[in-house]
Write a protein that binds this ligand. Structure first.
Ligand code: C2E
Ligand code: CA
Ligand code: CA
Length: 506
């Protein structure tokens, strides 16, 4: 019923009752006490009774309306737990109390792992039901003094006054995690969820409500990155790492947008023919304050935070444009290899991204090779397969990077249109001293020969390694022994010198 109609109904009811009261109460009094000398007093009492009853009704109405209004501003509409604003306010007064009485206090932030699945795979209603059930479990598990809130989505906060870690808090946290794991939704009873948690303690981790909430939030983030259903206690070192990471991520986003990354090229050689066979393109980030940041520090960060496609697009476009501008492509460079990640193959638009990047090529696409690691391939096998099939139709070649380090390299070879394997640096490093590594490399080479695959050994640093690999039948090499990764202008000089050398020899 609309507020206007509800108010009209209440007013009408009041009018009706008032009318009945006025019409009949006097008559009733006259019937029972017309002759009494107390008639005037009785009529006064009757008036008082009327005022008292209506005052009671008015109180009830006002109380319920005000309570509702307060709930709306203090409570989360779905679960009726406190909202974030009220949680912070109440927590502040609990902290004050803990301070005055020299007590400890704990704050727990909880997040349901993979909750999005319910909303996207089942229904929004099922998601709501689940959250209401979580709120119910939290109410049941926590004692009366606990503050329980929902901060939005699937994030819950609990403050436990007068509690110490781990004695009071850990058993409760474990109980909460167990309870949440047992919640089932009728629409999809096979689904169950874990909850990750982050904890902050007063006075150790902060003395203001917002400080404790932020600290517990940071710890939660760490727990979520470590393992589903785990918990982490805040520590200052962790916070420094996290804020360092957050800063790096922020800067990386901006570097990609402003196209501040650069690319370098590392040549690959067929040593027996004294010929450069190809180039691997590697990204570089020269941070304005921190200097050169190695790819192993920012590529995983980019992969985890949805930035890798921007990097791949940049690297492809930049390398094609530089190599074309300097007239190297097709003439001196017959193969250009790009590193790609699993996330490059996510979503329907991934194939179009590759197609539009490669459309910048002035000629044949068979000069392009994509290097992907086995773990990337297996993370998203279907997506990778579909895109690679379309690209190989157009001549693009595929190489399996860091070969031998995964669990089922052979299976990956069978499932994807792979033309080349790159023997991982870790095997090359100790190939001369370590018999086990040497055996493995020989096996890879025999297998590659049987499957008609090209093999490139990477990370070749010494003549001893190169000689060993050559004797074992490896033809192509990449490593500091021959050339380090270099920017385009150095590459031009390098290629010119190589050509001069070759002319002198012939
Ligand atoms: P990777 O694909 O295995 O690349 C080879 C790495 O070995 C490069 O390191 C290269 O500089 C280094 N290297 C080459 N020869 C030698 C050698 O003789 N000795 C030693 N010790 N190292 C050698 P870099 O450039 O630091 O790249 C590291 C990793 O970062 C790459 O490993 C690749 O996985 C990733 N990466 C680099 N550029 C890109 C990119 O554009 N996109 C993606 N997705 N990943 C990239
Ligand atoms: Ca590579
Ligand atoms: Ca590699």
């Amino acid at each position: 019923m609309s507020p206007r109609r509800a108010a009209a109904a209440i007013a009408f009811l009041y009018l009706f009752l008032g009318y009945i009261w006025i019409s009949f109460s006097d008559r009733f009094l006259l019937t029972i006490a017309a002759e009494s000398s107390y008639l005037t007093e009785l009529q006064t009492y009757k008036g008082w009774t009327y005022v008292t009853i209506t005052a009671g009704l008015l109180y009830l109405l006002a109380y319920r309306a005000l309570q509702r209004e307060r709930n709306l501003s203090e409570r989360d509409g779905l679960t009726l737990l406190l909202n974030r604003h009220m949680f912070e306010r109440e927590l502040a007064s609990e902290i004050q109390y803990a301070h005055d009485n020299q007590q400890n206090l704990s704050v727990i932030m909880l997040n349901i792992d993979g909750f999005k699945q319910i909303n996207s795979h089942v229904s929004l209603e099922a998601g709501d039901k689940f959250l209401i059930a979580v709120a119910g479990e939290l109410r049941e598990a926590c004692h009366q003094q606990a503050l329980i809130a929902r901060f939005g989505n699937d994030e819950f906060a609990i403050a436990l006054p007068d509690s110490t870690w781990p004695d009071d808090v850990l058993p409760l946290l474990q109980q909460i995690q167990r309870r949440i794991a047992h919640i089932r939704i009728s629409e999809s009873p096979q689904l169950s969820f874990t909850a990750s948690a982050g904890l902050a303690l007063y006075p150790r981790d902060g003395s203001a409500a917002s400080e404790l909430i932020d600290a517990a939030d940071l710890a939660l983030e760490q727990a979520r990155q470590t393992e589903r259903g785990s918990y982490k206690l805040y520590n200052a070192e962790l916070s420094a790492i996290m804020s360092n990471k957050a800063r790096l991520l922020f800067d990386l986003k901006s570097a990609i947008e402003k196209r501040q990354l650069t690319v370098v090229y590392q040549p690959q050689f067929c040593v027996s023919e004294n010929r450069m066979t190809g180039l691997e393109v590697l990204v570089r980030w020269n941070h304005p304050e921190r200097g050169i940041i190695p790819p192993c520090d920012f590529i995983p960060l980019a992969e985890q935070n949805g930035l890798i496609c921007g990097i791949t697009d940049f690297v492809m476009q930049q390398a094609i444009s530089e190599l074309t501008e300097y007239g190297l492509l097709y003439r001196d460079v017959q193969r250009v290899s790009f590193n790609v990640s699993a996330a490059d193959f996510n979503g329907n638009e991934s194939c179009d991204r590759f197609l539009s990047n490669l459309a910048l090529l002035p000629g044949d696409w068979s000069v392009i090779e994509l290097e992907l690691t086995e773990s990337a391939a297996l993370l998203n096998l279907e997506g990778v397969k579909q895109v690679l099939e379309k690209l190989t139709e157009k001549g693009v070649q595929v190489s399996l990077d860091d070969f031998g380090t995964g669990y089922s390299s052979l299976n990956t070879l069978r499932l994807l249109p792979i033309k080349e394997v790159k023997i991982d640096q870790s095997f090359v490093k100790d190939i001369v001293q370590n018999k086990q590594d040497a055996k493995l490399v020989k096996t890879i080479l025999a297998m590659a020969q049987a499957l008609h695959l090209r093999v490139v050994a990477e990370g070749v640093e010494t003549h001893a390694q190169a000689n060993y690999l050559m004797k074992a039948g490896c033809e192509e090499f990449q490593g500091y022994l021959y050339a380090r990764p270099m920017p385009i202008n150095h590459l031009v000089t390098f290629i010119n010198n190589l050509k001069q050398q070759q002319r002198a020899q012939s």
